[in-house]
Design a protein around this ligand. Structure first.
Ligand code: NAD
Ligand code: LMR
Length: 325
């Protein structure tokens, strides 16, 4: 096993706490930093004190900063030496909101953190959970590139879409859930979420007339959780579970055992500059961005329909980057 330093930014939040728990249990993690604001619901130091009693090898430390602090002035000790920074910092949506309504506030939060990562851990994989992923990732990638850093280190986490698609295929087919692997491509909002049921043995058995509803169920799953939480946040526990799956994959790759997961990254596999698809994580982070593979006719139609939507959301991120250099 390897010994990596990992930071969870927003680590005292709804996603951050369970994600910190799961990362503290990863045998490749020797140091875990829980980083949040002093106004967080629970002090980051308290989350860290709590997690420091797990009988796992990770040393857990907490860092809390004032909301007016610039991370770049404060986060040196916390970020220096990190191999992976997971960022669930930001505002979740409320019923009636779209993810894209969060762009201005959340891109501002992400920028503050990503600039600090560029300074203190420029070799880290920086994995963004903060919404809207479709726009925040391009914005942060532009920022990263302007600093002369490798854009392959910036990763948008879309694993929750795969987790959901796999669970729903299990429920429909009764096949063992551990054997189901559904790539979800495109982006992480509404129709840009495209599960490729045809590429999995169990998923491929779903009758063609049932596919559109299951596809829509995956697209709407985040909204269903937002509605059920009734104004008190969005998916946190399932997101932490999914984020830890991606985090484990990244660390395994860094340690020399490549792992393939879907993620939203800078991409040339379609005509869009950012796209979620299967990605192999290796010793340098994103090693291979895989082609889409064979698609059913339904999936081909959906792909063409989602492109203009995703293109606009990417453009919004690039506009944010240009206006906030
Ligand atoms: P939350 O409000 O419970 O937690 C967010 C945490 O971030 C808080 O503790 C807050 O203090 C902290 N924070 C805010 N600004 C910060 C800054 N500048 N530096 C450090 N910490 C800061 O929210 P949550 O439910 O955990 O959701 C977080 C984000 O994740 C939201 O934007 C949400 O939309 C997104 N999300 C993404 C996915 C996905 O699939 N990618 C899934 C679920 C939620
Ligand atoms: C999700 O898919 O659960 C997240 O993107 C949160 C949300 O706003 O739906």
């Amino acid at each position: 096993m390897a010994n990596y330093k990992v930071c969870v930014v927003g680590g005292a939040g709804g996603i951050g706490q369970p994600l910190s728990l799961l990362m503290a249990m990863d045998p490749n993690v020797s140091e875990l930093c829980v980083y949040d604001l002093t106004l967080a619901m629970v002090p980051a130091e308290g989350v860290a004190a709590d997690l420091s009693h797990l009988n796992h090898k990770a040393v857990v430390k907490g860092y809390a900063f004032d909301k007016d602090d610039r991370a770049i002035d404060k986060a040196e000790e916390c970020l220096t030496g990190c191999s992976l920074v997971l960022i669930p910092a930001g505002v979740p949506r409320k019923p009636g909101q779209d993810r894209k309504d969060l762009l201005n506030i959340n891109a501002g939060i992400a920028k503050n953190i990503v600039e600090a990562c560029a300074k203190f851990c420029p070799d880290a994989v920086v994995a963004l959970i903060v919404n809207p992923v479709n726009s925040v990732v391009p914005a942060m990638c532009e920022l990263w590139k302007k600093k002369g850093l490798n854009p392959k280190k910036i990763v948008g986490i879309t694993t929750l879409d795969c987790v959901r698609a796999e669970k729903f295929v299990h429920e429909v087919t009764g096949q063992p859930v551990g054997g189901i692997s559904i790539p979800v491509i495109g982006g992480h909002a509404g129709t840009t979420i495209l599960p490729l049921f045809s590429q999995d043995a169990a998923g491929a058995t779903i009758p063609a007339d049932k596919v559109p509803d299951l596809d829509k169920k995956v697209q709407d799953a985040g909204t269903v959780v937002v509605a059920a939480k009734n104004g008190k946040g969005s998916a946190t526990l399932s997101m932490a579970f999914a984020g830890a799956r991606l985090g484990r994959a990244v660390l395994s790759g860094l340690a020399g055992t490549p792992v393939t997961e879907c993620a939203y990254v800078e991409s040339t596999i379609t005509d869009l500059p950012y796209f979620a698809s299967k990605v192999t994580f290796g010793k340098n982070g994103v090693e291979t961005v895989h082609d889409l593979g064979p698609l059913s006719d339904y999936e081909k139609g959906r792909l063409e329909a989602l492109k203009p939507v995703l293109k606009e959301e990417i453009a919004a991120g690039l506009e944010y980057a240009a206006a906030n250099e």
